[in-house]
Design a protein around this ligand. Structure first.
Ligand code: SAH
Length: 268
């Protein structure tokens, strides 16, 4: 058994992950130190952990030695289990009286389908708790020296997904509104359709020279950042052979990186 224990709770008790409950927990973007104390407490208590591919594997070392670990995300190119199946697995595990931890990358309610899983739990009368995590679109940018907001730069911030449930660039998005109305745009899952998204934003009035940062494997020792422009981004990503997971930041906030870039992970 791992000897990580939490300090006494300053105002009461750490919540108990009781048998029959599911905790939907954000693991943050990668750096294990970015877990919340409630997330660590969940790892110490759970007897079964259903985790996504984006969860940094080292974090699972904090699980109980006897915990059952169930992967629930895309791995090695194999297709991911269907969302419905994952949600129903959570229900079954809870009904079997297990203490269930559903561990997701970043924040469970930000482009993570945590809302859908929680709905299934609610529909099935399974009690649950949500433990937010640091989302890649905020924490990942911070590790690249990019503040999500800065008074001199932006009063608006848009989080965008690069594809919708059909796998295509999202159709419901009002590109003109975002191109002209949001000073900083942060895109999750945007690598595949970056070309199309950039073209839509430029067509809707965004400058082709707008600065762009692409932060790959943010907060990990493999973090890589590409600085480019809106018109050149897709081509440069292809030339550099960069792969997801990546957070894409569009806007003048990227320029602050010159001064604020503090995280330089050791490269082997
Ligand atoms: N719930 C997660 C997002 C899940 S969607 C969160 O709040 O962060 C998956 C996308 O998140 C990836 O395609 C990528 O765009 C982004 N992402 C997650 N972890 C990341 C990381 N360490 N570095 C860069 N992007 C990351």
């Amino acid at each position: 058994m791992n000897d990580i224990s939490l300090p006494p709770h300053p105002t009461g008790q750490w919540p108990e992950l009781a048998p029959g409950w599911v905790w939907l927990v954000g693991a943050g973007p990668g750096d294990p130190g970015l877990l919340t104390l409630n997330a660590l407490s969940a790892l110490r208590q759970a007897d079964v952990i259903v985790y996504d591919a984006l969860v940094e594997p080292a974090i699972l070392e904090w699980a109980r030695a006897d915990a059952e670990l169930i992967p629930a995300g895309k791995r090695g190119g194999r297709p991911s289990p269907k969302q419905r199946d994952i949600s129903l697995t959570l229900v079954e595990l809870a009904r079997a009286g297990r203490r269930v931890l559903r561990l997701k990358g970043g924040d469970p309610f930000v482009f993570g389908r945590g809302g859908e899983e929680a709905e299934t739990l609610a529909d099935s009368d399974v009690p649950f708790r949500i433990i937010p995590g640091i989302s890649a679109g905020i924490g990942g940018l911070a590790y690249a020296g990019i503040p999500a907001t800065h008074r001199d730069v932006n009063q608006t911030l848009t989080f965008l997904t690069g594809h919708d449930h059909t796998g295509k660039a999202p159709h419901a998005v009002n590109w003109a509104a975002i191109a002209t109305g949001s000073q900083v745009i942060v895109i999750y899952m945007g690598m595949k359709h970056l070309d199309e998204i950039a073209a839509k934003l430029i067509a809707a009035g965004r400058s082709a020279d707008e600065p762009v940062a692409i932060v790959i494997r943010a907060t990990t020792d493999d973090q890589t950042v590409l600085e480019t422009t809106l018109s050149a981004a897709a081509k440069e990503v292809g030339e550099a052979g960069l792969l997801a997971p990546a957070i894409i930041c569009i806007g003048r906030a990227v320029g602050l990186r010159d001064k604020l870039n503090w995280f330089n992970p050791a490269k082997s």
